[in-house]
Design a protein around this ligand. Structure first.
Ligand SMILES: NC(=O)c1ccc[n+]([C@@H]2O[C@H](COP(=O)([O-])OP(=O)(O)OC[C@H]3O[C@@H](n4cnc5c(N)ncnc54)[C@H](OP(=O)(O)O)[C@@H]3O)[C@@H](O)[C@H]2O)c1
Length: 287
């Protein structure tokens, strides 16, 4: 087992494989990052070539796909029956390109997306998505069990795991933006962060049920506005924008959201549920 990349996630993966008693070779662009892994039995390879030659399953966990390509170009041309699992975050098109690159070199390739933080790796809380040829997944499934938790193979399309990952990251990134914006607005109004948090966490609690309800509405194409409507949200967002503006707080994200709501109202969707915005976004994003 070889791990290319010893950032926080590469380190956590190597650690989990050691804990599961796999022989582990590690390589990192900047030397000296293996730390405690060496004390626990890992071998630090001096080059990518040596690292790849040392393992049967080669895991790449680097900052992006460009780095993965740059690193793998230093590997031997003949991979024999070694398998490459790329757990680097990226875009679906990048994953598909990477799979074509691997195929052109006769390398068995699997793409993956880790959905949980480093602290979950090697525990039941870990969640990893895989996509690519099923026979490759089946060949590495047992070895990858060391990462722990839930592993799901999403099918032969190598871009599928990255497709899930970008869409899920969309939720995370926009939510974090919303949270810090709300704290900025609350602070500008003199509200203490902890007092605000006590109510803000209640909003977070509403989301799981809403996500499930939206999924059904999007699947059926029916968007009843019986709980809340686009028209109401379009009106409400104006108050947030005005309050933020009065404190000199950036409103870029809110005005972008308002423009989608306004577009939906103009299309006659005002009385419908917010899930309808999914179809409006498909239009407003076009050049
Ligand atoms: N950390 C998490 O909680 C988490 C969770 C889910 C998914 N992931 C994904 O896992 C991947 C790795 O994340 P990470 O947290 O370990 O840290 P990271 O900061 O995303 O990546 C650091 C690693 O990339 C290497 N690297 C950067 N540029 C390089 C280049 N041009 N050539 C070769 N190596 C290069 C670094 O080497 P040097 O040490 O030499 O700089 C280091 O090994 C990312 O795609 C990330 O999105 C991370």
């Amino acid at each position: 087992m070889t791990v290319l990349g010893l950032g926080p996630m590469g380190h956590a993966l190597a650690s989990a494989f050691l804990r599961a008693r796999h022989p582990v070779t590690v390589w990192n662009r900047t030397p000296g990052k293996a730390g405690d892994l060496l004390d626990r039995g890992a071998v630090a390879a001096g080059s990518v070539r040596d690292a790849v030659q040392d393992g049967h399953v080669i895991i790449a966990c680097l900052i992006d796909y460009d780095a993965v390509r740059a690193v793998l170009e230093q590997a031997p041309a003949d991979w024999g029956n070694r398998r490459l699992i790329n757990l680097t975050s990226g875009e679906p098109a990048q994953a598909r390109r990477m799979a074509r690159w691997a195929s052109s070199r006769r390398i068995d390739y699997l793409d993956g997306a880790i959905l949980t933080p480093t602290s979950a790796v090697g525990t039941p809380a870990a969640a990893v998505l895989f996509s690519g040829a099923r026979h490759v997944y089946e060949a590495v499934e047992e070895t990858m069990a060391a990462v722990g938790g839930t592993a799901v193979h999403l099918g032969d399309d190598p871009g599928r795991a990255a497709a899930y990952e970008v869409a899920l990251l969309d939720i995370f990134v926009t939510s974090v933006n919303g949270i810090v914006h709300a704290f900025a607005l609350a602070s500008a109004e003199g509200i203490e962060p902890e007092r605000f948090a006590a109510f803000a966490t209640g909003i977070g609690g509403l989301l799981p049920e809403m996500i499930t309800r939206f999924a059904e509405q999007i699947r059926t194409g029916r968007y009843p506005g019986d709980r809340s409507t686009i028209a109401s949200a379009a009106s409400g967002i104006t108050h947030i924008i005005n309050a933020a503006t009065s404190h000199g707080i950036d409103t870029g994200m809110l005005t972008a959201a308002k423009s989608v709501l306004d577009h939906a109202v103009a299309e006659g969707y005002g009385p419908q549920s917010l899930a309808r915005l999914t179809t409006v976004l498909n239009k407003t994003g076009r050049p």
